[in-house]
Each structure stands twice: as C-alpha cells, then as structure tokens.
Write a protein that binds this ligand. Structure first.
Ligand code: ADP
Ligand code: ASP
Ligand code: MG
Length: 463
C-alpha cells in the first residue's frame, strides 16, 4: 500500500483537486492507496478566526461560516455529478449547520475552551475529505471517507495532542488493512480523538504527522508528502533567492530544519518514520515529474551544511544577576515554572560565568514568561540576587543545520563572519552538543539579510 499526503495548497480549489486526483489515480494503477488530506488552504485559519470572533461576541463569524460553506459547495459542484452531487451538497450543509451551532454556542457563552477550539478546527479536514472522496467516486475511482478520529488515539492536550502509538496502530490496522485494493482510503489529516471520543488535533500543520502515523501503522516502506514546492530547499525559497532543492536529507536534518521553521514538513512526522525506517519523500503537486526530496536515516549529501531555517516573532528573556553565581537550582526552577505555564523554550544559552540565563520563546509567550519568572523569583529579585528579568522582543532565530558539520572546525567562524560582514548584530548564540545545529538571534527586520548572507557564504553559486 502507498500512503500519500496532500497539503492545503494541493486541495485549495476544484482545479487543484482534479490534478491531485490524477496523481492518486496514476499511483493507484500499481498500488492500493491510502491518502491523507489537509483542509483547503486557509480554511483552518478561518475556522480559528471565527472561533475567536464568536468568543468575543463579534457576529463576523457568521460571514466566515458562509464563506467556508460557499467555497466548499462551489468546489463540490465543480467536481461532483448526479446523485453524488446532491449527497455531497447535503453532507457539506450538515457539517456547516453543526459548525454554526458550535460557533453560536461559543458566542452565547463568550468562551472558547481549547477542547471546543479543537472540535471547530477539525471541520476543515472533514469538509475537504467529504468533497474529495465523492469527487474521486464521480471520476470512477472507488474511494471511502475515513475520519481519523477513528484511527488516531491521543491524550487531552488540546491543540497539540500526544499520540498513543500502540493504540493508534491497532486501530489503523483494524480500519484500513484488509480493505478492497481498488478502494482509495481518504483520511482526514490533523484530527484525532481521545479514548472517550473527545476530538483533538495534532498541532498546526499536523496532517504530515497523520500521514506518518498511518504509514507506520500500515507498515509501509515509504510515504509521499505532496505540497506546493519541489522538495525541501536549502532555505525557505520565499526569502532566499539562491535556495535549491536538496535531493536527500536525513531524518535528523529534516527534524531540525522543520523545528526551526521549515514548515514544508511537520517536525513530528519523522518520529514514526524513524522508528519503522520509513522513507519520506516530499513532492510537488504542481510539478509531479520532479524527483523531490528523500528523507531517510542517512543521506549521501556531501555539502558542509545542509540547510538554513528561521523562526520569526521570537523573544529573548534574560534572567541576570551577580547573586546567581553558584546558587543551585535556579535553572531547574526557571524551566519548571515555564513548563507549568505551558511555555515552550525554543533555545537556551547560559554563559559559563553563570551570571545570566537567557532563553528564547515565541513572542506571543514573552510577556507571560517574564511575568511568571518575576513571580517565581520575587524573593531573589527583592534580595538583589537576581537583578532583572529582561525582555527583548520582535526577534528572529536563524538555525544553520547539517550532519556534516559534526567534527569540522571553522563552521561557526564562517557563519558569524558572514553575518558580521554585513553589519548585523547578533543578540545570542547556541550550539547543540550534537554539533548539527548552530542557532543565533537577530532583530526580526534582519531576517532576510541574515539568511541570504549565510546561504551565500556556504553556497556562493546558489543552485
Ligand atoms: P502544505 O499545504 O502542502 O502542507 P505548507 O505551506 O505547510 O504546505 O508547506 C510548504 C511551504 O513551506 C512552501 O510553500 C514554502 O514556502 C515553505 N518552506 C519553508 N521553508 C522551506 C524549505 N526549507 N523548503 C521548502 N519549503 C519551505
Ligand atoms: N489544516 C491544518 C492546518 O492548517 C493541518 C494541516 O494543514 O496540515 O494547520
Ligand atoms: Mg503543511
């Protein structure tokens, strides 16, 4: 069986869906196919926005709902025919009525809990897969809609749920193995459920992860992730003009690149793939003949660095004070407190003088992090053991990644010379002990300059 995943841009309208169906059809001639789909591009954002509007009593959510239903019905009319057209129109309408009732409920109580938000966020995949499964059938390709909430078990961490792999693999095998070979399994990405049936989601961009969980459950040899670019590039092609497609990268490089912002693949996608040795291949729906990028345990890439990625809108929190020197337990308390506040630290750096601990969080979490630490260390602040908890906002983290960097001297020098030569100010630096990642912080407005300078230093000829 082949597992294929198509992202939001590959199902953004009826024309793209028709091309995607041709790609599935040509694979289906040789293999049974299980295909995972995202919501149509932008729909998840719209759903989250509508939920936020409803929660504050802004009636704008009604227009958002109408837009989603109109776009879905229009796509359905362009792809479905006969009785299935009527059935699909009714199914879309029923989903939109349910969604409208939920949003109305949020409006009434003026509150949208993470649990309700997950339920609302998942309608995009339920709608897109309803349309896609029926569009396939109308084109003579037998297909079955499969709601991933019957396949993937998670805990109740809404918005970013933790997967119970053993239970999920059993469900996946029970629901998907042994189906007729000619029937395409159309699986909703992104959504899952707890063992009591409460809807959860796997995090933004999580449909990639759905595909690798399903692939691991079915024990397939490879998974194809179809998107809107030719593969994983050496840097985000939107910002770096000389960026080029990497023919091969390792799981670890893919994980690091995606963790540091290369959103072409969700970082967790690699977890089930590593465990089962499944090859991942990134391919382009707009250019299906391109070979794409292969992601496996090892790569034969000989370049010094593999790629550069960046995360925008981060903030630097600096906890500093002479009294911290030799005071045990400060770091432990600091990170425990952040964990209790559910604030994720992206990067940590501590000078050996122990005079300060500095770490990076998302800009949205920055104020909350500083407030929590001022509370945690109120006594130390009062006694001047800690002088201040300082914040620097609107920054960018840039990460230079590659397994070949390990054990090679002079790489940091080349990175920082490239950035220094164009006069950029670096605010913090970290290097993982695995030596496959050098990260640094610059002001947000310098993102493009920093990415291009480092890229040019290692790949002067571009492609
Ligand atoms: P999908 O809808 O298929 O899931 P995404 O928008 O989530 O697609 O991811 C694809 C996008 O990731 C590309 O259009 C590109 O702009 C962005 N991207 C960021 N960094 C990289 C990179 N290093 N290589 C390829 N694409 C990247
Ligand atoms: N639709 C979800 C999102 O926009 C999941 C995905 O596209 O992978 O985050
Ligand atoms: Mg994506």
């Amino acid at each position: 069986m082949k597992v294929m995943k198509f992202g939001g841009s590959s199902v953004s309208d009826s024309v793209r869906i028709a091309s995607m169906i041709e790609i599935v059809e040509s694979t289906h001639r040789a293999h049974p196919v299980c295909a995972v789909f995202s919501a149509m591009k932008g729909v998840t954002d719209t759903l989250l926005f509508a939920a936020r509007e409803a929660a504050v009593g802004d009636p704008g959510y009604c227009a958002r709902l109408r837009d989603i239903e109109e776009r879905s019905q229009e796509t359905c009319r362009a792809l479905c025919t006969g009785d299935l057209l009527d059935a699909t129109e009714s199914a879309i309408h029923a989903l939109c009525v349910e969604l409208g009732q939920l949003l109305h409920g949020v409006d009434l109580v003026r509150e949208c809990t993470p649990r309700t938000l997950d339920l609302i966020a998942g309608f995009g995949e339920r709608l897109s897969c309803t349309i896609i499964a029926n569009a396939m059938v109308c084109r003579g390709l037998p297909a079955r809609y499969v709601d991933a909430r019957t396949l993937i078990r998670t805990d109740e961490t809404h918005g970013n749920a933790m997967v119970d792999f053993a239970a999920s693999y059993d469900l996946i095998r029970a629901q998907l193995a042994g189906r007729p070979d000619d029937e395409v399994q159309v699986v909703t990405g992104f959504i899952a459920a707890t063992d009591t049936g409460v809807s959860t989601t796997l995090g933004r961009n999580g449909s990639d992860y759905t595909a690798s969980i399903v692939g691991a459950g079915l024990d397939v040899g490879s998974i194809e992730i179809w998107t809107d670019v030719d593969g994983v590039y050496s840097a985000d092609p939107r910002f770096v003009s000389g960026a080029f497609v990497l023919p091969e990268i390792s799981y670890r490089e893919a994980m690091e690149l995606s963790y540091f912002g290369a959103k072409v693949i969700h970082p967790y996608t690699m977890i089930p793939a590593v465990e089962r040795g499944i090859e991942l291949r990134i391919r382009n729906t707009l250019n299906p003949d391109a070979p794409g990028t292969r992601i496996t345990a090892t790569s034969s890439n000989a370049q010094t660095i593999t790629g550069i990625a960046s995360i925008e809108s981060v903030a630097l929190v600096n906890v500093e004070g002479g009294g911290m020197v030799g005071l045990p337990g400060i770091a432990g308390r600091l990170f425990s407190r952040l964990a209790r506040e559910r604030i994720n630290t992206i990067m940590i750096s501590q000078a050996s003088s122990e005079h300060s601990i500095c770490f990076v969080v998302r800009d949205d979490d920055a104020e909350r992090a500083a407030k929590a630490l001022r509370d945690e260390f109120a006594r130390e602040l009062h006694q001047k053991q800690i002088e201040r908890v300082a914040l620097e906002r609107r920054l960018e983290i840039v990460a230079v990644i590659g397994e070949n960097m390990r054990g090679k001297p002079g790489i940091s020098g080349r990175v920082f010379t490239a950035v220094g030569d164009i006069g950029l100010n670096i605010l913090a630096i970290a290097q993982g002990s695995s030596e496959m990642n050098i990260s640094f912080i610059v002001p947000q407005e310098d993102r493009q300059k920093a990415l291009n300078a480092v890229h040019h230093a290692f790949f002067p000829g571009g492609v």
